[in-house]
Design a protein around this ligand. Structure first.
Ligand SMILES: [Zn+2]
Length: 65
């Protein structure tokens, strides 16, 4: 059995004594963060990952603005 086909998360293989290997969801990759902007001036304040509800800093590297 291979890892679940869900690139949003890291997957950790957990072999079991009996039965198939289990895959436990690990760290979130924050693939599709949404912009959080100020209601007044529209300034980019942060990003929010809707997969894990984790807020990311607006200057996070690797995320296209
Ligand atoms: Zn996330």
């Amino acid at each position: 059995m291979s890892a679940p086909d869900d690139p949003r998360f890291e997957w950790i293989e957990c072999p079991t004594a009996s039965g198939p290997t289990e895959w436990v969801r690990g760290a979130c990759n924050h693939l599709v963060p949404v912009e959080v902007r100020g209601t007044v001036d529209g300034e980019l304040l942060a990003y929010l990952c809707t997969d894990c509800d984790h807020q990311l800093p607006a200057n996070q590297k690797g995320i296209p603005s």
